[in-house]
Design a protein around this ligand. Structure first.
Ligand SMILES: C[S@@+](CC[C@H](N)C(=O)[O-])C[C@H]1O[C@@H](n2cnc3c(N)ncnc32)[C@H](O)[C@@H]1O
Length: 328
């Protein structure tokens, strides 16, 4: 049974067939380290498990923003609030959402990428927010692993030996930006601290929160190589979540100290398996007040969303989406 996400007046239908995760649309202009495209099927399921559609969806650590974009495109909430502290990432969201999307699209389409032109571009100090946005997209698409934090090298061999060009798809990136512009009125972007926004919305029972923080607890340092802002107070985050009126879903590395923290705050945890783009299988940990809607089984594939090749049946993730009528 198929499902229409873009037409909110349609009822979401029950679906029990295995779902090919390659049908998850890639909507972000970023290729983001720690990006959650693979989580989209479960995210939809969580949103549909809520008794009514939330007025506000808040993502306090938005990064590449795929979850917020999914909420906005599929009208899973009336308003989507994205928060990000990083200046470079913020410049992209602000440019797209504040009426300059087409400037950015043209700049991307007209840029003739080579190792020399990229180097010349990175040597410039951006004179406007729009220029900073362009530099960020260029950096994100030409750096190893899409890493924007200081110290990431530029792709030399890249995919199929295409070097710096291997992740530069101007038409595709441009199309994604144009599509986001179409739903811009449903998105509010805040360049700021996710903790402040969580606190601001804590008494709002009609708000729900997807929380995907940089993870550096327990001496793990992966997050510090990936993000400019990688250190947060995890204990404080859990304590804010405890007091949120609305429902929340957190995503973390499946580490012992995180499970201990979650238990201490009385939250449920559930490990979900995913295969990253390097085909390494790992467990991610979902944390919430009630995770009964998470179905067991299946491996979510990070790369499945970006390939047009069909995914073998054995790799399909089985999930169903419960019915919920949009409130009048
Ligand atoms: C794990 S990533 C989020 C990835 C995102 N879910 C995605 O799919 O692309 C965490 C993000 O939190 C941002 N960040 C770190 N500290 C922050 C803070 N105090 N407030 C807002 N954002 C912050 C980082 O810059 C990074 O982009």
């Amino acid at each position: 049974m198929s499902q229409t996400f873009l037409a909110p007046e349609f009822e979401i239908e029950e679906r029990e067939k295995p779902v090919n995760v390659s049908s998850v649309p890639q909507r972000s202009p970023f290729r983001y380290p720690g990006g959650k495209t693979w989580l989209v099927p479960l995210f939809r399921r969580w949103m549909m498990s809520l008794s009514s559609q939330p007025a506000t969806f808040v993502e306090p650590f938005a990064g590449g923003g795929i979850i917020s974009l999914t909420a906005a495109f599929e009208q899973l909430a009336d308003l989507v609030v994205m928060v990000e502290l990083d200046d470079q990432i913020a410049a992209v969201w602000q440019t797209i959402l504040a009426g300059e999307a087409q400037w950015l699209v043209k700049r991307i389409l007209n840029f003739d990428l080579s190792p020399e032109s990229a180097k010349a571009e990175f040597a410039k100090s951006p004179k406007s927010q729009c220029e900073r946005a362009f530099q960020t997209i260029l950096k994100n698409r030409t750096a190893h692993g899409g890493i924007l934090a200081e110290g990431a090298g530029v792709l030399k061999n890249g995919e199929n030996g295409k070097g710096i060009l291997s992740r530069w798809y101007p038409q595709t990136i441009g199309r994604r930006i144009t599509n986001i512009e179409l739903v811009a009125k449903r998105i509010e972007f805040i360049h700021g601290d996710g903790f402040e926004i969580l606190t601001k919305f804590r008494r709002d029972a009609s708000a729900v929160f997807f929380i995907d923080p940089p993870y550096t607890a327990g001496g793990k340092s992966a997050g510090s190589r990936l993000y400019t802002h990688s250190v947060i107070d995890h204990e404080k985050l859990f304590s804010i979540c405890k007091n949120l009126k609305g429902d929340f879903l957190m995503s973390y590395d499946n580490a012992e100290e995180v499970r201990v923290l979650a238990e201490r705050y009385g939250f449920e945890t559930k490990a979900v398996s995913m295969k990253n783009t390097h085909h390494a299988e790992m467990d991610e940990l979902l944390i919430g007040r009630n995770l009964s809607w998470v179905e067991d089984g299946g491996i979510f594939r990070e790369d499945a969303a970006s390939t047009s090749k069909s995914v073998p049946k054995s790799k399909l993730v089985r999930y169903s989406i419960p019915k919920r009528k949009k409130p009048k």
